[in-house]
Design a protein around this ligand. Sequence first.
Ligand code: FEO
Ligand code: CA
Ligand code: CA
Ligand code: CA
Length: 520
Amino acid sequence: MKNQTNSRREFIKFLGHGSLALSSLNLLSSCSSNNIKASPFPSFKDDVILADGLSYYPIISWNDPMNSKEVFGFNNDYINIQMINANELIMWVNHEYISPLFVSGLERTKENVDIEKSLVGGSLIKLKKENNKWKFIYNDQHNKGVRGNTMIPFANNVSVRGSKVVEGTLANCAGGKTPWNTFLTCEENYDGFYGERDRKTDQIKSNNFSVGWQTFYPKNLPEHYGWVVEIDPFTGQAKKHTNLGRFAHESATCVTSKDKKVVVYSGDDRNDEHLYKFVSKTDYNLTSGILYVANIKQGKWLPLDLNLSPILKKHFKSQLDVVTYPREAAKILGATPLNRPEDIEVHPITGDVFIALTNNKPKGDFHGSILKISENNNLHSSTEFTSETFISGGKEAGFSCPDNMAFDSKGNFWISTDISGSAVGSDPYKPFGHNGLFVIPAHGKNAGKVIQFASAPVAAEFTGLCFDPTEKTLFVSVQHPGETTKDLNKPTSHWPNGTGIPKPTVIAIEGKFLTQITQG
Ligand code: FEO
Ligand code: CA
Ligand code: CA
Ligand code: CA
């Protein structure tokens, strides 16, 4: 990896603004014309605070009825959309995890677990544009939950530990969209629900953030989770893809390579875990292909494949075994440990791959960075690449702990941060205020600068950045507001209602600030 100074210079060069310095900027002065206002950032307010020239409205909140049978799940995360026509769309929203205190009760009973199971997974919801605003349509035929209690088959008739069909999807963090317009939803911290197996002893163990569902559902094994799940936007039909491997999948970012292969990039968001990519064998499907893991120093993608990497035969009985426990296989092949790979985005113009490395506190990396990978010959199916740090988090950059990201069609780079709720406001995170939304414009006089344009409510994180096709509206999930609450009578956040308990909510952000950048 090249050093930071070089990469910044090259970033500016890449943007075509060689003389600009990369620095944080909390106010886009052109938006406030002659009337320059003080920046509202950083903020510690219990609200969605926006830059001048922006406003937001809620789309849907946890517990809002979707129809007579289902409510919108908890902790909305990844968002993607499928247009029906210019004024109607189907939105997929992940529901990553639950807070028993808010949704059910701290006591571990089957009743409480059953409520929790119904609130994780994801939701398909219909939105319609009315008076220039996107509006959720109650009881639309497209509204459908795919949840922790939905029966889901493995793709390709695969059987995992004797099961071809398993109960539920959970820990749904980020995701992706396939070239054939289905959604991919990623099962991330699955071990918090049904535990994880210790391969040496074959025992299933709970971790310290577990909600302990395995007590009531011992047939739901750890190996049923940690996959990438494909969702049909129109029917809600779901299938789990074993080919893409099993780990704490943050995202599944798809791109079609020049040789027509489907390439899916995915990070394993855990300290010192790895970056993976799946390359399809033929075009337009995920049914067969090779899963690779990255050695960043050597710039090589290493095949997690029994035939291409025969050393794996000593440790694994079958290819299914390899993809079920790829963390072990990755280490045998010499994959690079990374500082928690979160979201991944492919630049719409250059094809470079950007990976948020959010932090690695035991290693002293508190503010994270964004890694850039350039595949050889700009071929996404290539087995070799070069890499460099694109930007490091910290005071100079103005943000800490990059997590979810998005490019708009012009190559402006939109970033959200995830300083953990309990760490917000204390050292070394105090200078950053609450979590925020940032943009690095690719054009205009602010090109290359890091501009904060939103701040989240208490203990919340913005996730799932997703533009509507006009790029005049940015959909965002406000996830886990008030998650530091210990007593329901004293919630740490009252967002969005200003009273009562907080509610994770999907919002739409719009305004001149946004359009000046996306339409510029
Ligand atoms: Fe669910 Fe890695 O964030
Ligand atoms: Ca994340
Ligand atoms: Ca993203
Ligand atoms: Ca995170």
